[in-house]
Design a binder for this molecule. Structure first.
Ligand code: SF4
Length: 322
C-alpha cells in the first residue's frame, strides 16, 4: 500500500522571550502507509505532540512540508480543506478538556455529522449517534447526558465516537490512553485496533512510553528533543534497539511474563531531559549518553538507514554504513 502521509523536513520553532528559540520539532521526516499505525514515542517535552499537531494542520509549520494524499496540508483551501478536516481526525489525551462541557453527548457526536452533511434527516442523525455509542461500548441512553457525568474511560469512548462520526481515514491519536487507569488502557487500545481493521483507518499514535505503543504500532519512531533518533518496525525495535536512548527506554519496560527472570540491566537515564531552548551543537543526547565521544559533542548525527527500514541517528552506527 502507498503512503497516505508524508512529512518532509518539518520544523516547528517557537520564540521564547526576546532572544530564545525553542526548536520543538527540528527537521523531522517520516511517512505513514495507508492502514498503518506509526507510534511516535518520547518523554514529555520531546516535541511529539507539537509534531502531531503540526502534521494535522493545527499548527503552522516553521519550515518543511506535510503531504496528505499528495496535497500540502498547510496550503489547503475551500473544498479540499473541508475534505481534509473530515478525513483527518484527532483523539486527544484529555477528553474532558477537549469536549465542550455544555454540550450533550449527542451534540458532541452530532456536530461533525451536521458540518459534513452525513445525515439527511434528524432521525438518520440520531440513529447514527446511537450506532456510534454502541460501537464504543456505550448506549443511546447516554446521548442526552453531559461529559461530567462520565468516567475517564467513558469520556475517551465518547471522544472516539466523535472522531469516528465523520467517517475519517486518518486519526492522530494524541496520547489517548496515557491518562487512563491501567485496567482501562488495554480496553481502549484494543478498541482502537479493532476499529482500525474494520474501518481501514491509519493512525499516528503518540505516547510517552514504549510499552503503550507496543501492541498497536506497526512501526515506531522514537523522538528526543525535537528529532527522531530511531525509527523501525515495532518488532525490530523491541528485539534490537540501536540508539542508546531507545535502549534506555526499553530497559524500563517490565517483562510481562513473571516466569521469565528479568536479568536485563536497567539503564538509568541521568538527569532530566535538557531544555530544548538553544541546544548545544552535536548530538542532543550527549549529556545523558554513556557512550558519548568527542565526535558526539561537535557533530550532530544524521538519521541513517542502518539496515532495511531501520533508521538510527547515532555516530556509533553511522560508521558501520560507511
Ligand atoms: Fe550517544 Fe554519541 Fe550516539 Fe549521541 S551520537 S547517542 S552521544 S553515542
Amino acid at each position: 500500500s502507498h503512503d497516505i502521509l508524508e512529512v518532509k523536513h518539518l520544523k516547528k520553532y517557537f520564540n521564547v522571550g526576546k532572544h530564545d528559540l525553542l526548536k520543538a520539532v527540528d527537521d523531522v521526516s517520516f511517512s505513514i502507509k495507508e492502514g498503518e499505525t506509526l507510534g511516535l514515542v518520547g518523554e514529555s517535552g520531546c516535541g511529539k505532540t507539537t509534531c502531531g499537531r503540526t502534521v494535522v494542520g493545527m499548527y503552522r509549520a516553521t519550515e518543511g512540508e506535510v503531504y496528505y494524499k499528495g496535497q500540502n496540508v498547510h496550503k489547503l483551501k475551500g473544498k479540499e480543506k473541508k475534505a481534509f478536516n473530515k478525513e483527518v481526525q484527532i483523539i486527544f489525551q484529555d477528553p474532558y478538556a477537549s469536549l465542550d462541557p455544555r454540550m450533550t453527548v449527542a451534540e458532541i457526536i452530532g456536530e461533525g455529522i451536521e458540518i459534513h452533511d452525513l445525515a439527511k434527516t434528524k432521525q438518520e442523525k440520531d440513529e447514527k449517534i446511537a450506532h456510534l455509542l454502541e460501537l464504543v461500548g456505550l448506549n443511546k441512553e447516554h446521548a442526552n447526558r453531559f461529559i461530567h457525568e462520565f468516567s475517564g474511560g467513558q469520556r475517551q469512548r465518547i471522544g472516539i465516537a466523535r472522531a469516528l462520526a465523520v467517517e475519517p481515514k486518518f486519526i492522530m491519536c494524541d496520547e489517548p490512553i496515557s491518562a487512563l487507569d491501567v485496567s482501562i488502557q488495554a480496553q481502549i487500545a484494543n478498541m482502537l485496533i479493532k476499529f482500525q481493521q474494520e474501518m481501514k483507518l491509519t493512525y499516528l499514535f503518540i505516547a510517552h512510553d514504549l510499552a503503550m505503543v507496543k501492541h498497536i504500532s506497526d512501526r515506531i519512531a522514537v523522538m528526543y528533543l525535537g528529532s527522531i533518533v530511531e525509527l523501525a518496525e515495532s518488532e525490530v525495535l523491541y528485539r534490537h534497539p540501536f540508539h542508546p536512548y531507545t535502549e534506555a527506554l526499553m530497559s524500563a519496560i517490565p517483562i510481562a511474563d513473571p516466569k521469565i527472570e528479568d536479568s536485563r540491566q536497567r539503564i538509568m537515564l541521568e538527569g532530566d531531559v535538557p531544555s530544548p531552548i538553544n541546544t548545544p551543537p552535536g548530538c542532543k543526547f550527549q549529556g545523558r549518553c554513556r557512550k558519548a565521544t568527542d565526535l558526539c559533542r561537535c557533530e550532530a548525527p544524521k538519521l541513517t538507514e542502518v539496515e532495511q527500514g531501520h533508521f538510527v541517528a547515532c555516530h556509533l552506527y553511522q560508521k558501520q554504513v560507511e
